[in-house]
Design a protein around this ligand. Structure first.
Ligand code: UDP
Length: 384
């Protein structure tokens, strides 16, 4: 009998997995998603009023250093070159982010060369911190108090709802500091935006006679799945266990939609770093597709808050209490058979699209290898 697989969640993890499995094994795949659309938080659709391609759950820019991931996503639709250049408003002035030579010179009213800026920032850095243990220490160690307060402290408090000392240093490591005028937000070899949106890419991955997607279908651990050879769960790990050990901390984002004529802010993303401004950033989506022409514009103010039971989980907080709760859930999951957990929500990690896609590709290979050898497949897509 052909194996029948059930994938819970039709985001990038589920879509890549379905695509790889159906190509590697002679199998049938059902995918369920509780939302009324596929694509997870990478879902895109054209705004009815303006025709602009909107990233429904906030800006997503594709970037990776891995050629195989870039080639893979490009095999499902055209990506056009797009370089993400972000500006930040701090105390009434606009600066480029990530922090680069232009930011440093503008902020301190200087005209430093790269070497001068480097030496200057070394005088600002807190050298008593040798091994930064949290977000704040990481910032103080590398850029000093003034730049930290101007660009990171207020934004991070709004974004994460806690003191930056409680957050891991890894969050800040996402953003580089440069002593040249390179203001590309992402330091990756390949970067682009899909011409027809991310949903079209995921549709390409799952377009196959042996893959069936069912929307508006909720899954719980009680759902009868007896006909399936194996289940792949990409939803929140704590929800799978009915929050038995408590709720893992997540931040969620709400969006305030606005329309205007012409150009609202002149670029795709403006960050609002002051604590007094209630939103974190404004995304103006037509700038993600500079090859399109639109007379009108649509933009969204982003507000961050704690995730309640009815909210979509976005950013895993991973505070110390979350990490120990996570270990309980992982231990319990590891004792199960016939199910695997993968993706941002099921592994409770802050992952970019290329991480999710790369991991789902690798996981599919591992799964198929184990399946063919008659061995127990991996329970998690990552080791932790
Ligand atoms: N961050 C900040 N100020 C900014 C931009 C980012 O303090 O203007 C911090 C903030 O804590 C954020 C983290 O850096 O959560 C990572 O930023 P990134 O732009 O990668 O966040 P994402 O696009 O994933 O929301």
């Amino acid at each position: 009998m052909r194996p029948r697989f059930l994938i819970i969640g039709a985001g990038f993890s589920g879509s890549v997995l379905a695509n790889r499995l159906v190509n590697l094994l002679d199998c049938r795949i059902d995918m369920w998603d509780e939302r009324n659309h596929a694509g997870g938080n990478c879902h895109t659709s054209r705004d009815e009023k303006t025709g602009i391609m909107v990233h429904t759950y906030g800006p997503h820019i594709f970037n990776t250093d891995k050629k195989e991931i870039w080639d893979y996503v490009n095999s499902f639709g055209e990506f056009r070159p797009y370089v993400h250049r972000v500006k930040a408003l701090s105390k009434g002035k606009i600066y480029p982010l990530p922090v680069n030579l232009f930011t440093i010179n503008q902020f301190f009213g200087q005209s430093f060369t790269p070497a001068e800026a480097k030496s200057f920032l070394e005088t600002k850095a807190d050298n008593s911190i040798t091994d930064p243990q949290n977000f704040e220490e990481q910032a103080l160690h590398f850029i000093g108090n003034e730049l930290y307060k101007a660009f990171f402290y207020g934004y991070t408090k709004k974004q994460w709802g806690c003191e930056p000392t409680e957050l891991p240093a890894s969050i800040l490591k996402r953003i580089p500091v440069r002593f040249n005028y390179d203001d590309n937000y992402h330091a990756n070899i390949y970067t682009g935006i899909p011409v027809d949106g991310y949903s079209a890419i995921m549709e390409g991955m799952t377009e196959h006679p042996d893959i069936t997607i069912t929307l508006n279908k909720k899954f719980t651990a009680q759902t009868d799945v007896s006909g399936y050879t194996h289940i792949f769960y990409t939803g929140p790990l704590d929800a799978y266990f009915q929050f038995e050990y408590g709720r893992l901390g997540y931040r969620t984002v709400t969006f305030e939609k606005h329309y205007a004529d012409g150009d609202h802010q002149g670029l795709s993303q403006m960050n609002y770093c002051d604590e007094e401004v209630p939103y974190t950033r404004v995304a103006e989506h037509k700038h993600f597709t500079p090859w399109e022409k639109h007379d009108q514009t649509i933009y969204f103010k982003e507000f961050s808050k704690e995730t309640g039971p009815d909210d979509e989980p976005y950013y895993p907080k991973r505070l110390d209490a979350d990490k120990s709760m996570l270990q309980h859930y992982r231990k319990k999951a590891a004792s199960l058979s016939g199910i695997s957990f993968l993706g941002r929500l099921a592994t409770y990690r802050y992952m970019d699209m290329h991480h999710v896609i790369g991991e789902a590709m690798a996981f599919s290979e591992n799964f198929v290898e184990a399946f063919r050898a008659g061995q127990a497949p991996p329970v998690f897509s990552n080791i932790e």
